[in-house]
Design a protein around this ligand. Structure first.
Ligand code: GMT
Length: 378
């Protein structure tokens, strides 16, 4: 089939997921057309089935706010008509679902075709930004106008019904991970650079926004570090990074914490890590935690949102209430002192990740797409 994918091109989970989905579909022979303002970060391969349509937003002195959504809708129309797309799959409702609605109406008026729109809800488009009164009417309308709505976890589906008057069914298709990519042998030389004396390695990766509570990550680590020779890798960037760096200095652990910024080779970093820390106030799913599990790290997380759907307390890691730094620290210290149980739980984390392997999830999207297969589509 010929599939248009609109997403954010950044390191955020929704963009990563959309890009990995597009790459996998292209590998299976579908033509995939990415429509976004920048080459997606995970679109790092050449594949003859992948096309990229850049959304350019011309500026004008009158525009304090250049109208990205209009440029996006126009680029969608161009891709749909000139590449004869079968459907449009948009990731993260804002502004992709409303732009898709506009594109659908324009295509209908131009050539009478009713292009199917699939909207995948990812998290903050519902739980944070979407329910803000400023956006809510447009978000509700455009979700309801989508031909199919999917969400990445059961929890997000519930949150959507709770916060928006959605009149259609929402299908849960969970996020996925390419286990074959993440489950590699750790690179010893890399491990030596991070932990030269065989220290345990803790890891956090995110966009360092408030919702991630990165200060809790640093606090947990500072406690662990008092009892266990250890290092903390902080991957990613965002508004809370300077605060977390300050806190690491205040707590006297700055020498054992590395803020390494945005990284492409997440699998290599995750492979050498023992514990992935995710202290978020909310996660619809927690894709980074799933990737860490596929790489063989256990997860210590909060029990917020959809995290209990992937992290099984006492099996693949541990969970605690949001803000319960004490409990997360104690669990981390206990498991890092017990190599046999740590190794067993790492295997269990890997097994759990396998249930979310890309090979199991892509066919679920293909099944949805096939509902819109035209006579000549393959
Ligand atoms: O806010 C973020 O963490 C980024 C955001 C995104 O859309 O880029 O992530 C959301 O979508 C991811 C992929 O589906 C989920 O794994 C994250 O849990 C979700 N983030 C939140 O719900 C906070």
């Amino acid at each position: 089939m010929k599939i248009g994918i609109a997403c954010y091109p950044t390191f955020g989970g929704s963009g990563v997921l959309a890009t990995e989905l597009g790459k996998a579909l292209a590998d299976k022979g579908h033509s995939v057309h990415f429509i976004t303002y920048q080459q997606p970060v995970r679109l790092n391969v050449f594949n003859a089935n992948i096309f990229y349509h850049e959304v350019r937003v011309p500026t004008y002195p009158l525009f304090d706010y250049p109208p990205y959504e209009l440029a996006l809708a126009s680029t969608m129309v161009d891709a749909i008509i000139n590449h004869d797309l079968d459907l449009l799959h948009v990731h993260y409702a804002i502004p992709h679902a409303s732009a898709a609605y506009m594109a659908k109406q324009i295509v209908k008026s131009k050539n009478g075709r009713n292009i199917p729109v699939i909207t995948t809800l990812h998290g903050t488009d519902i739980t944070l930004v979407g329910k803000d009164k400023t956006y809510e009417p447009v978000v509700t309308f455009s979700i309801n106008e989508s031909d199919i709505i999917t969400s990445v976890s059961e929890n997000l589906k519930e949150e959507t019904y709770k916060n928006f008057p959605i009149t259609k069914p929402i299908e849960v298709i969970t996020n996925f991970v390419d286990v074959a990519r993440f489950a590699k042998k750790p690179i010893d030389a890399f491990k030596k650079v991070v932990a030269p004396n065989g220290e345990k390695i803790l890891l956090h990766a995110s966009n360092f926004r408030k919702v991630k509570r990165v200060n809790d990550v640093v606090k947990v680590f500072a406690e662990v570090n008092k009892h266990i020779p250890s290092k903390l890798m902080m991957v990613g960037d965002g508004p809370e990074r300077p605060v977390a760096e300050d806190l690491a200095r205040q707590l006297g652990v700055a020498d054992d914490v590395r803020f390494v910024g945005k990284q492409d080779q997440m699998e290599d970093i995750m492979n050498v890590s023992d514990i992935f820390l995710l202290t978020s106030e909310y996660e619809s799913f927690g894709l980074s935690a799933l990737e860490a599990m596929a790489a063989g790290a256990i997860v210590i997380s909060t029990n917020a949102g959809g995290l209990p759907e992937i992290n099984i307390d006492g099996v693949t890691g541990f969970m605690a209430d949001v803000g319960d730094v004490d409990s997360m620290s104690k669990k981390a210290i206990a498991i890092l002192k017990d190599d046999a149980t740590l190794s067993k739980m790492k295997n269990q984390a890997y097994e759990q990740a396998c249930k979310f392997d890309i090979q199991n999830i892509i066919p679920l999207y293909e099944k949805i797409y096939s509902k819109f297969c035209r006579l000549d589509c393959d």
